[in-house]
Design a protein around this ligand. Structure first.
Ligand code: R5P
Length: 161
């Protein structure tokens, strides 16, 4: 699978280890930065570019996922979710990694690199990448509502204030 990854200074060391791990596992890794340590760099553009890569790939029929991470994963998730078509989930254990796929069909996983050991974080990412989206009707319906709101500003049949 193609994996778009992005971080900021808080995740740069983890990024290098993660890229090696993903490449060894046979994935095609596209690194959206940063390329060098700068304690004052800003995560939004890196993470937005990773999410854009995923959405563009999906539209082209290429199987792909995003992995974004920083100190907490919070800002990185927010940044990725600004991209129309991105569904970024903040994951902090194996259960949330699997549920992000099973219930939300998340196409981007966000991780707090300062919150976990490297082995832990990699196990969450691996779990996320292998978990399929079973396509249960209720989850498909809810994801469609998110997409509808994203594109139209409303959700038919629901009250949006
Ligand atoms: O949500 C944002 C991320 O956790 C950032 O990685 C974090 O805010 C960076 O913090 P600092 O600039 O203090 O290293």
């Amino acid at each position: 699978m193609r994996i778009h990854i992005a971080t900021d200074h808080a995740g740069l060391e983890f990024s290098q280890q993660l890229q090696r791990h993903l490449a060894t596992a046979g994935h095609e890794v596209i690194d959206h930065g940063p390329v060098e340590y700068d304690a004052l760099d800003d995560y939004p553009s890196f993470c937005i570019n990773a999410a854009l890569g995923v959405v563009r790939d999906e539209r082209a029929g290429i199987e792909s996922r995003g992995v974004v991470f920083g100190g907490s994963g919070n800002g990185e998730q927010m940044a990725a979710n600004k991209v129309a078509g991105a569904r970024a989930a903040l994951v902090w254990n194996l259960s949330t990694a699997r549920l992000a796929r099973e219930h939300n069909n998340a196409n981007v996983v966000s991780i707090g690199a300062r919150q976990h050991t490297i082995d832990e974080a990699i196990s969450f990412i691996d779990a996320f990448l292998v978990e399929p989206f079973p396509g249960d009707e209720r989850h498909v319906r809810r994801i469609a509502q998110l997409a509808e709101y994203e594109t139209t500003g409303t959700v038919l049949g629901k009250q949006i204030d």
